[in-house]
Design a protein around this ligand. Structure first.
Ligand SMILES: CC(C)(COP(=O)(O)OP(=O)(O)OC[C@H]1O[C@@H](n2cnc3c(N)ncnc32)[C@H](O)[C@@H]1OP(=O)(O)O)[C@@H](O)C(=O)NCCC(=O)NCCS
Length: 185
């Protein structure tokens, strides 16, 4: 992390705080726009609801509101005017060269409207701004992430410390999930 901080202090990250995107309207007459922005601690409850809506199905890892509040700087949130939060995701920087995308979740009513895409595009922009070389993730929906340039890899291709801290250390298993990687170089 030390060298990342050094790199950041030389070239401060220029991550857009907020961006407006065109998506499909959630219902007839609803506006097509959504806004994606970096999350604030006050968004923790909303993010917690989005993430945990899919935890029983094993699609997301259940997270507590407190855990999200402490790590709120990692999260981005997509909102629709007049509706509220519709999607979230997180980028956890693991080393100067590697980050993990976590907790990508779309409000069930907003599935298929482009909310997931808007979060992925924003998270990859953040990763590029932080000059991360590679982004990894674990997922049960590899087809979605393949659309954003991720390809499946074997567990042995991940650095040992990542396996220990980011997977076993968070009580996760790889079982049933595809490990995917995207190079940003
Ligand atoms: C998977 C998920 C994030 C997708 O978000 P979404 O908003 O429904 O997807 P979008 O509308 O942005 O779709 C973007 C593209 O991905 C495709 N896509 C969406 N879900 C997909 C899936 N499960 N498998 C393959 N492709 C998928 C869409 O068809 C669309 O393709 P297009 O560009 O050709 O139109 C969302 O359905 C979700 O939250 N699922 C439950 C939680 C989950 O599994 N999260 C991932 C944790 S690792």
């Amino acid at each position: 992390m030390g060298s990342l901080a050094a790199r950041s202090s030389m070239a401060p990250p220029m991550v857009a705080a907020s961006t407006e995107v065109e998506t499909k309207p959630m219902n007839e007459g609803a506006p097509p726009q959504a806004t994606v922005r970096t999350a604030r601690p006050a968004d923790s409850a909303a993010i917690c609801r989005l993430v945990n809506a899919w935890a029983d199905e094993g699609l997301t890892l259940r997270r507590t509101e407190e855990e999200i509040r402490v790590n709120s700087g990692e999260f981005v949130l997509a909102e629709r005017p007049g509706y509220g939060p519709v999607a979230c995701g997180a980028l956890a920087v693991f080393s100067p060269s590697m980050a993990e995308i976590r907790s990508v979740a779309v409000e069930p009513m907003a599935k298929g409207t482009g909310a997931g895409r808007s979060v992925m595009v924003f998270l990859l922009d953040v990763a590029r701004t932080l000059e991360v070389d590679e982004v990894v993730l674990l997922t049960k929906v590899p087809g979605f992430f393949a659309r954003f340039g991720f390809h499946p890899i074997e567990p042995g291709e991940l650095p040992g410390p990542f396996m220990e801290e980011a997977i076993a250390g968070r009580g996760r298993t790889i079982q049933g999930r595809t490990i995917m990687l995207r190079s940003l170089l």
